[in-house]
Design a protein. Structure first.
Lengths: 384, 305
């Protein structure tokens, strides 16, 4: 059990901190949340700066264009960028955390050369076409069909919960290529060019009032067979590589952000007198302890990943269950700190409270995560 | 390339396995139930064996006859003791090693005023009370936990425990984590064996999800305890105790629920975990105390910016 950083890691942190201190003031003003082209340009601009400074694809393998950094260095990167208030990964999320790692792991040399450098340089945006109206938690029941026609697949169906679809260049798409096969064995993974004829994107307004997601309708869209990553009908396995990335590293920056939010809550509560309420104060104290422990759990999972070659294991489900619950409680407590002002959408924490409602649903509902923990970690029998 | 490595070293894993084997052989289920029959009276032979195995002298320097290990090793050992429901004032005697003669070797039993008042555990078996001299007089109290005999001392000597509060809280948290992880195992085993409606009850999601939540709480608490053992930071120790108390108490409650009617019997071990978890939750640092300490620390960080 060692929580001390090596000299190399401390150097890495110091250089990064210096670079962030110099670079962040040079960034343009942030675009408004509903300005999609503006958001794309801003997020890609940030990625370009990271690339030019040598921080793009930090944790990607060197032969995929990455820096081959250790999970600990990646953790330091996420911690420091969040602490400095750097831009979020934003429109680069799918490219850097889903599609990119999948192509790096499963793509041919040609595919890697075509798709990975533009992600790292901040030239191209990816979105994700996995979920369907009829395939949420039960993703393997997806029905979007791809029928082979010469050197192309003809794809028809619909996808939902697709972030950044309006401004994406590519979509990592799961399609059914063999309707007769057992459901996990008839799925393929395709790179869909978002400018292909037959694609309709419709924004999906969430309860937070904004259109963070979209529905994507596909009507006989032709996708070259060369855009398939992995073997035909092997897309489920290819996808699982991607999803484990999502659960392993996606929330690191957010835990740092939550800890910062807690200190701001304490300051606000002290200023408005609610700190004197022992129930509220003790709840804030408990959350301070819980988020501290979640940070340690992140370090634990990263240490485990370091051993297993960078692919996080089922520990991600344990983390996500604890974190998503704690995050929702954090913003419920924020409402107690604000009092009646928590009903105003002018308050940043009110919007955060609304978006926190998705955390126990997105990327595997808490119920699905509990099934995973119970069946894969504890070995309890599957129900029938 | 070297890096932050939170995982256990091979030596630490060996230590944990060694203690687990020792306790499985020396304090298995029969010994546990014999302790219950004896109303929690301590087995002095076992106490000396624990001393000989180094449980109390673990953190004393080798030059002073100790094992020369640190808090990270100590929490692993205490986690195993908690898993086995090993009875006695383990934490107080460990903390007294090097100060109270015989504590390090296990020839003395040392308890402490760690319950924030005049109640003190195992006073009848004790040779000394940590930080209180002479041994106070007291009258026995019927204890909720059959393995923790309680006494009401005539005068509370709480002042003597203050210097030991943080280490006491951390090691007690480690005991709680061991108990919490054990109740997960007991619940999972029972849920896999017990059949109703033609299938193991563990195949029902309502039962499965109870078990999954038990594991989540236990794993978060375990990580907090390990981290606090490495940093020895007061706020991290308070958080570790708070989370471990919750994991142990709620874990035992859920384990009891999974056991159904059997869980309500004297015969099942579940109630022993629950009652001991209740005792430990009152020792060294209560939830209220931990939350206030953490709140205070949060405010300090907030003001410091």
């Amino acid at each position: 059990m060692d929580l001390t950083y090596t000299e190399e890691e401390r150097d890495f942190r110091a250089r990064l901190r210096e670079w962030l201190g110099k670079t962040l003031p040079e960034l343009p003003a942030r675009p408004s949340p509903d300005d999609w082209p503006g958001r794309r340009a801003y997020d890609l601009g940030w990625q370009r700066r990271l690339h030019d400074a040598g921080y793009a694809g930090l944790h990607w393998p060197v032969d995929a264009g990455g820096r081959g950094a250790t999970p600990t260095q990646h953790l330091i990167f996420l911690e420091e960028t969040e602490r400095a208030g750097a831009p979020y990964v934003g429109a680069n999320f799918v490219g850097l955390l889903h599609a990119g790692p999948t192509i790096a792991a499963e793509g041919t040399a040609e595919q890697r050369a075509r798709w990975l450098p533009p992600v790292l340089r901040g030239d191209e945006v990816w979105c994700q076409g996995f979920s369907e109206p009829g395939a949420g938690s039960d993703l393997a029941s997806l029905r979007t069909r791809a029928v082979r026609d010469g050197d192309a697949y003809v794809v028809t169906g619909s996808k939902i919960w697709t972030s950044h679809a309006e401004v994406a260049d590519w979509c990592e798409l799961l399609v059914r290529t063999d309707p007769q096969a057992p459901r996990h064995r008839g799925i393929s993974w395709l790179a869909l060019p978002m400018d292909a004829p037959g694609i309709t994107v419709r924004p999906l307004r969430t309860l937070a009032g904004s259109a963070e997601f979209a529905e994507v309708f596909l009507d006989e869209v032709r996708v070259p067979v060369a855009n398939r990553v992995g073997a035909e009908n092997d897309g489920w396995r290819v996808t699982m590589v991607t999803l484990s990335f999502e659960r392993g590293t996606a929330f690191v920056g957010e835990v740092v952000a939550c800890r910062r939010t807690l200190t701001r809550l304490a300051r606000t509560a002290q200023a408005n007198g609610r700190w004197d309420d022992p129930v509220l104060r003790r709840t804030l104290g408990r959350l301070h302890g819980e988020f501290g422990a979640l940070w340690r759990l992140t370090q634990w999972n990263v240490s485990e990943a370091q051993r297993s070659g960078g692919i996080p294991g089922t520990g991600g489900s344990v983390f996500k269950l604890a974190y998503s619950h704690a995050r929702q409680e954090l913003y419920d407590v924020a409402a107690e700190v604000l009092g009646a002002d928590s009903l105003s959408l002018e308050e940043e924490w009110t919007l955060d409270r609304l978006s926190s409602l998705s955390y126990t649903i997105a990327a595997g509902t808490s119920q699905i995560q509990r099934n995973i923990v119970a069946e894969r970690i504890l070995g309890l029998p599957k129900g029938r | 390339m070297s890096a932050v490595d939170f995982r256990l070293t091979q030596d630490q894993r060996d230590l944990r396995a060694g203690v687990r084997d020792l306790l499985a052989g020396r304090y298995g289920r029969e010994a546990l139930r014999a302790s219950v029959e004896a109303d929690g009276a301590l087995d002095r032979d076992l106490w000396r064996e624990l001393g000989a195995a180094g449980l109390f002298a673990l953190r004393l320097a080798e030059s002073g006859g100790g094992v020369g290990l640190g808090l990270p090793e100590a929490v692993l050992v205490f986690e195993e003791a908690g898993r086995a429901l090993l009875p006695g004032p383990l934490v107080a005697t460990h903390l007294a090693a090097g100060t109270v003669p015989g504590a390090a070797e296990g020839t003395a039993v040392v308890t402490a005023f760690d319950l924030d008042g005049p109640l003190v555990a195992h006073l009848g078996d004790a040779d000394a009370v940590l930080g209180a001299d002479p041994l106070p007089a007291g009258t026995p109290v019927r204890s909720a936990d059959p393995l923790t005999p309680l006494w009401r001392a005539e005068a509370a000597g709480g002042a003597g425990v203050e210097a030991y509060r943080e280490e006491g809280a951390l090691l007690t948290a480690a005991l709680q984590v061991g108990s919490a992880l054990r109740t997960v195992e007991l619940a999972v085993r029972y849920a896999g064996e017990r059949e109703q409606f033609g299938q193991p009850i563990g195949a029902f999601q309502a039962v499965k999800h109870l078990c999954a939540d038990m594991l989540v709480r236990a794993e978060v608490a375990r990580t907090a305890v390990y981290a606090a053992a490495v940093t020895a930071d007061g706020a991290e120790i308070a958080a570790a105790k708070l989370l471990a108390d919750g994991a142990a108490v709620r874990g035992a409650r859920d384990c009891l629920q999974v056991h159904g009617g059997m869980g309500f019997t004297w015969e099942a071990d579940v109630h022993l975990h629950l009652k001991r978890a209740w005792v430990r939750a009152r020792q060294w640092r209560t939830a209220a105390g931990a939350e206030e300490l953490l709140a205070e620390r949060l405010l300090e960080e907030a003001v410091a910016g």
